[in-house]
Ligand binder design. Structure first.
Ligand code: FAD
Length: 418
């Protein structure tokens, strides 16, 4: 007897969206989350197209009324601290979605999880999925452990793995495909009282360059906080010390815009944020060789992670969770939970991620300049815009043929796989 139609592992943006959509379809859903929410998470800058999955699960109005700073633009600052004009989303896309947000992920993810509950999904926090249960090779449930140590088993014809970078499905099935060309490290921290630009630019995401296309992010958050981090190659970052404060200060001094913005602020240990004030993430870019097995579907970072430069991670998680939920609902309706049933889902997500991957490759190529691309091919500005706002699920052949004249692009991923 299956107590549930679907199990979801992980309550981040992918898992909570998938659970909410499935509950809205009338499915019996159980979501297992290893942590107690709200919990700390990096990834604070949203992309405009996040609006659509948030609207689908009934959260667009709540976001508009929230205290999260409104993000109207992204701006790129040169190595010598000069800022070309910000890139305002509303100039290219006349829709409510062109205003997006900088979020405290603990709060944002908690809101998504509570929303899934309110829609009818059952949620068990502090419950860690350990293994997939299998019957005749197909996944038929999850073996989990509660905080108390109690061993638990849950059964359902389909499981969505949305376990983020823990990547339960990838690890258990040995599906990890790393991307050595995007092997970066991030070192980040939080400031209070750092400078904010005036007016509409107050909560812009800033990407500030360092030598060899290493870069800083600068993301204004509520309560006068700023999330600020450096993304670079390992050997560049750790070239003369392993002390995070010394590395951060050395790099911040290299870009006059970052140095000027941080000068009035102070580095802080944010209450409720564990382990800080510095955080480091490596094990960078990867994807899964498969998007599904019989009885199992992967979504969000559990399916793959690219790079934070264009703030695509949360969007791909929200949208991937939504698409996975619709595919799972249809599969249950058809009585077919085989991996083959999810080929179209995998292909759609793969195409979106591959477009973003190409843009990320171009970003890191020293021969590539967005300005030169648009000067040579002005009509491609709209295509670039579509990538930057998240309108990813369309054909970009013309754009990437042109980008290929300036930058080395990745080998195509295998169609039908992630
Ligand atoms: C340095 C850095 C900066 C980033 N900046 C941005 C940014 O500015 N904008 C952006 O859009 N994206 C950014 N990202 C990416 C973004 O953080 C992720 O893409 C996004 O969080 C993915 O959502 P998810 O739901 O797939 O996974 P997660 O948000 O990681 O959620 C997964 C959940 O699963 C739970 N879990 C894991 N294992 C288990 C288990 N075995 N059992 C039960 N629960 C489990 C975890 O506790 C977690 O709550 C950044 C990433 C990095 C590394």
């Amino acid at each position: 007897m299956n107590a549930y139609d679907v199990l979801v592992v992980g309550g981040g943006p992918a898992g909570s969206t998938a659970a909410a959509v499935l509950a809205m379809h009338g499915r019996r859903v159980l979501l297992l989350e290893k942590d107690k929410f709200p919990r700390f998470h990096v990834g604070e800058s949203l992309m405009p197209y996040c609006y659509f999955p948030l609207e689908r699960v009934g959260l667009a109005e709540k976001m508009k009324a929230s205290h999260f700073p409104k993000k109207y633009s992204v701006q790129f600052v040169t190595q010598d601290g000069k800022m070309p004009h910000p890139f305002y989303f509303f100039q290219h896309f006349d829709h409510a979605a062109s205003t997006t947000w900088q979020v405290v992920r603990g709060e944002f993810d908690h809101m998504l999880l509570e929303n899934a509950r309110a829609k009818g999904a059952e949620v068990l926090e502090e419950t860690r999925a350990q293994e997939f249960l299998r019957e005749g090779g197909a996944v038929c449930g999850v073996k989990a452990v509660a905080k108390s140590g109690e061993a638990l088993e849950f059964r359902a014809p389909l499981t969505i793995d949305a376990s983020g970078r823990d990547a339960l499905g990838i690890n258990r099935n040995r599906w990890r495909v790393s991307d050595p060309a995007l092997k970066k490290i991030a070192l980040w921290t939080y400031y209070k009282g750092a400078l904010r630009d005036p007016g509409m630019d107050e909560a812009a995401t800033t990407v500030a360059f360092l030598p060899q296309k290493q870069w800083f992010w600068y993301i204004p958050l509520p309560d006068d906080l700023v999330s600020v981090g450096v993304v670079a190659e390992h050997d560049y970052l750790f070239r003369d010390t392993r002390d995070p404060a010394a590395i951060f200060d050395r790099e911040a001094a290299c870009n006059p815009w970052i140095a000027r913005h941080l000068a009035p602020g102070r580095r802080i240990q944010v209450p409720g944020f564990p382990e800080g004030p510095f955080y480091v993430t490596s094990e960078w870019s990867y994807r899964s060789a498969q998007c599904a097995a019989d009885g199992l579907v992967l979504a969000g970072d559990a399916l793959g992670f690219l790079d934070p430069v264009f703030s695509s991670g949360v969007f791909l998680a929200l949208k991937g969770g939504e698409l996975a939920a619709d595919a799972v609902h249809a599969a249950l309706g058809a009585g077919d939970v085989s991996a083959a049933r999810f080929a179209a889902y995998g292909e759609q997500v793969r195409r979106g991620m591959e477009s973003m991957r190409k843009l990320v490759y171009a970003f890191y190529d020293e021969a590539f300049s967005m300005r030169e691309l648009i000067l040579r091919y002005p009509k491609l500005k709209g295509d670039v815009t579509d990538c930057l706002i998240g309108n990813l699920f369309r054909d970009f052949t013309e754009l990437f043929t042109a980008v290929g004249e300036f930058a080395r692009l990745p080998e195509p991923a295998v169609p039908g796989k992630a």
